[in-house]
Ligand binder design. Structure first.
Ligand SMILES: C[S@@+](CC[C@H](N)C(=O)[O-])C[C@H]1O[C@@H](n2cnc3c(N)ncnc32)[C@H](O)[C@@H]1O
Length: 234
């Protein structure tokens, strides 16, 4: 994400929190992009993934903790910077998580949200939007809340309403080489993903959606949809 990197290069991050970090992909962007940081902590409520991160992590100033981001163990005003990437659409209670993020951020601290959005995408990016929507429907049916990619304004409104002073809103693109390959694999594995709900009444409808994803992929290929990045201060 070139624009994000250019914005981070002058920022002294201090003590940084990455919420819902999963494998720490956003932490790697912070580590490489920030002018400096004292510590980066990534939290996620998935114990398995945090255990894996801790086994492979080699950076002494980066830590991974199992924690529910809706009820964090941190004191108020703990962090100089709080971030969350591509997670808003996974949250059944977005405002609860956002207000926790605000609580642990120091006054004047930096707040970053990076989130995919669904509109104004190229035909190849629409394959990703469709793939993501179907994946989300299946995950939700299987018990893990995962809604469609939000519209730009929906994300902006959520952040505005939480009382963060927004400094910058920009669009950016994921440049990680492996992403394109992983998206193609996800298209090819979609029938297996839909098969997980073969006993549900939605099966035929979702199979049809999977065929539409494949058709779009055959016609236009696949590209990752654009990220919306919001940077602000408390
Ligand atoms: C799409 S992934 C995050 C991606 C990651 N931030 C990135 O940019 O690569 C969503 C993550 O949210 C985590 N999550 C969902 N609800 C959570 C909660 N209440 N507390 C902590 N983590 C949560 C999930 O375990 C999952 O790892």
């Amino acid at each position: 994400m070139k624009k994000l990197r250019s914005k981070l290069k002058d920022v002294e991050g201090g003590k940084v929190l990455d919420v819902a970090t999963r494998d720490g992909a956003f932490i790697m962007k912070l580590k490489d992009g920030l002018k400096s940081y004292t510590e980066i902590i990534g939290i996620d409520n998935d114990e398995e993934i945090i255990e894996k991160n801790n086994k492979t992590n080699t950076y002494p100033n980066i830590k991974y903790l199992v924690m529910d981001a809706e009820n964090m163990d941190f004191e108020d005003n703990t962090f100089d910077m709080v971030c969350m990437s591509n997670t808003l659409h996974h949250l059944p209670n977005k405002n609860k998580m956002l207000s926790e993020m605000k609580r642990v951020l120091k006054p004047g601290g930096i707040f970053i949200i990076s989130e995919l959005f669904s509109e104004e995408q190229s035909p190849a990016q629409m394959t990703h939007v469709m793939l993501h929507e179907l994946g989300g429907l299946i995950d939700t049916l299987l018990g893990e809340h995962h809604s469609k990619t939000l519209k730009k304004q929906e994300t902006i409104d959520l952040i505005k309403n939480m009382g963060i002073q927004i400094d910058e809103i920009f669009e950016d693109y994921e440049t990680d080489e492996g992403i394109h390959k992983r998206l193609i694999e996800r298209v090819h594995k979609l029938p297996q993903k839909v098969a997980k709900i073969k006993d549900y009444p939605e099966f035929d409808k979702f199979m049809k959606m999977a065929e539409d994803v494949k058709k779009n992929f055959d016609n236009f290929g696949i590209e990752r949809s654009t990220q919306l990045v919001i940077m602000g201060r408390l």
